[in-house]
Design a protein around this ligand. Structure first.
Ligand code: MEV
Length: 423
C-alpha cells in the first residue's frame, strides 16, 4: 500500500525525490542521478521550468526538430516541431519539398470566434428570465470593462452574449453563451475572467450558477489549407492512379471511424508537434479538433481530396484556437525561438502554418500507405532506435543496417545480428 503524505508541496526538490525513491522505486534505481541528468545547470532557467507546474522534479526532454522548405501563401518557412515519434519531421520535410515547386501551400483563416459559457439552472418562468437577461445584458458588458479594456484596444473583446435555453436536453439548464475575439492571444484567462465577472453580475436567488468556463470547441475558429497541381505531376509514372488511391483513402476515412481516427491521428502528429513547439495548449487543440471531426454526428476525415479538370486538390479544414502572445509562448525560451524562426507570426498566420503541418503529415501518410506501405520508412527509424538501445557504435550500426536491408526489423533480429558482428 503506497504511503500517503501531507504537505508534500512544501518539501524541497531533493526531499521530494528522496520520498519518491524510498516509497515507490526499487533500491537499484538511482532516481537522483537520472533526474539530475536532465536538470539545467543554469539556475535561473531551471527555476523557470520548475515554476511552470507544481512538484517539479526534473525536465522531461522531447526532441525539437525543424522541417524546412515549406512555402505557404508564397512565403518560405522552416517549421519547428517538438515530437518523440520518428518519421514525422522527415515526412513533413519531404512533403514540403515536394510541394515547394508546385505552388506551395495555400492557407486561409475562415473565422476566429472563440466561445465561453456561463452554465446555470433556473426553474422559473422563461419569459421572466428572458426579460431579466435583456435588462442585464448591458451590465454584463459593463462589469467586464476593466478586463476587456486592453483587448478592445487591440481590436478584440466580447462579440456577443446570448441566452440559450437548454431545458429540452437537461431540466432547468440555461447558458449565457458568449463569443469573443481574442486577437493574438489564445485568450483562455481573458475569457474565463470575463465569464466569472458576468456570472457574478447575473446570479440571483432563482438563478444558480453551476460554472463559468471557456469552450475548447471552436467550430468558428477555423483555418483551411490546400495544395493542388496537375494530376500527372503527382507521381513519376502514374499520377492518375496515385490520385485515385488518395481519394479512396480519404473516402474510406469518411465512412469508417476506425480508419478516420488513425487518419486524423496522423494529422495531429503534425499539428501537435508545432502546437507544442510554439508553446500552445495541445490538449485544447486535440479536444477541439476531434469534436470538429465529429460535427456531422459521425467521426470523419479532417482532410478532403478531389480531382477536377485534371487538377488534384488536397485540403484540410481544422479549428485551431492559438496564441502567439502571452502564456508559455513568451516564457519558454524554445517557444520564443520557434515563433522567432516563423517570423513572429500573428495567431492567424500561425493557424495557417499549423494547418499546413497537419495537411503535409496526412499527405505523407496516405502517400506511403497507398504505395509502398508505412513500414518501409518506419523500419529505418525503428532500427536506429533499437541500435541505440543496444549501444551499437557507428561501424556496427552501418553493418547491421546493411545486413537487414529490406528485412522486417525486430528487436531480437537486430540483437542477434549485432551479436554475430561483435563475435
Ligand atoms: C502514425 O503515427 C500515423 C499513421 O498511422 C497515420 C495514418 O495511418 O494515416 C501513419
Amino acid at each position: 500500500m503506497p504511503k500517503l503524505i501531507s504537505g508534500f508541496s512544501k518539501l524541497n526538490k531533493q526531499e521530494k525525490i528522496q520520498w519518491l525513491a524510498s516509497n515507490f522505486l526499487k533500491e537499484n534505481v538511482n532516481a537522483s542521478e537520472i533526474l539530475s541528468l536532465y536538470w539545467n545547470s543554469d539556475q535561473q532557467l531551471q527555476q523557470l521550468h520548475d515554476d511552470f507546474i507544481e512538484n517539479t522534479i526534473s525536465n522531461y526532454y522531447m526532441p525539437f526538430g525543424i522541417a524546412p522548405n515549406f512555402v505557404i501563401n508564397g512565403k518560405h518557412y522552416t517549421i519547428p516541431m517538438a515530437i518523440e515519434e520518428s518519421s514525422v519531421v522527415a515526412a513533413a520535410s519531404l512533403v514540403a519539398k515536394f510541394w515547394s515547386d508546385k505552388g506551395g501551400f495555400k492557407a486561409e483563416v475562415l473565422n476566429t470566434v472563440k466561445v465561453g459559457q456561463v452554465h446555470f439552472m433556473y426553474d422559473g418562468d422563461q419569459e421572466s428570465l428572458l426579460d431579466y437577461f435583456k435588462s442585464k445584458k448591458e451590465d454584463l458588458y459593463t462589469v467586464t470593462d476593466a478586463i476587456t479594456k486592453n483587448m478592445r484596444k487591440r481590436g478584440g473583446g466580447i462579440l456577443d452574449i446570448e441566452l440559450r435555453n437548454k431545458t429540452d436536453e437537461l431540466a432547468n439548464y440555461y447558458q449565457l453563451h458568449v463569443t469573443f475575439e481574442t486577437k493574438d492571444s489564445m485568450g483562455a484567462n481573458f475569457i474565463n475572467s470575463c465569464l466569472e465577472a458576468m456570472a457574478q453580475e447575473f446570479k440571483k436567488e432563482d438563478i444558480q450558477i453551476v460554472m463559468s468556463i471557456l469552450s475548447n470547441y471552436v467550430p468558428d475558429c477555423v483555418v483551411r489549407a490546400e495544395v493542388s497541381c496537375e494530376v500527372e505531376k503527382l507521381h513519376p509514372t502514374d499520377g492518375a492512379l496515385f490520385a485515385h488511391k488518395m481519394m479512396q483513402a480519404v473516402a474510406i476515412a469518411n465512412v469508417e471511424p476506425h480508419r478516420a481516427v488513425t487518419h486524423n491521428k496522423g494529422i495531429m502528429n503534425g499539428i501537435d508537434a508545432v502546437v507544442i513547439a510554439t508553446g500552445n495548449d495541445f490538449r485544447a487543440i486535440e479536444a477541439g479538433v476531434h469534436a470538429y471531426a465529429a460535427k456531422s454526428g459521425n467521426y470523419k476525415s479532417l482532410t478532403a481530396c478531389k480531382v477536377e479538370n485534371g487538377i488534384f486538390t488536397f485540403s484540410i479544414e481544422v479549428p485551431l484556437a492559438l496564441g502567439t502572445v502571452g502564456g508559455l509562448t513568451s516564457t519558454h525560451p524554445l517557444s520564443k525561438l520557434s515563433l522567432e524562426m516563423l517570423d513572429n507570426p500573428s495567431a492567424k498566420e500561425l493557424m495557417q502554418i499549423i494547418a499546413v503541418a497537419g495537411l503535409a503529415q496526412n499527405y505523407a501518410a496516405l502517400r506511403a500507405l497507398t504505395t509502398t506501405g508505412i513500414q518501409e520508412g518506419h523500419m529505418k527509424m525503428h532500427l536506429v532506435n533499437i541500435l541505440n538501445q543496444l549501444e551499437a557504435n557507428q561501424q556496427e550500426k552501418e553493418e547491421v543496417t546493411q545486413k537487414l536491408k529490406g528485412k522486417v526489423v525486430s528487436y531480437s533480429g537486430v540483437a542477434e545480428t549485432l551479436k554475430k558482428i561483435r563475435a
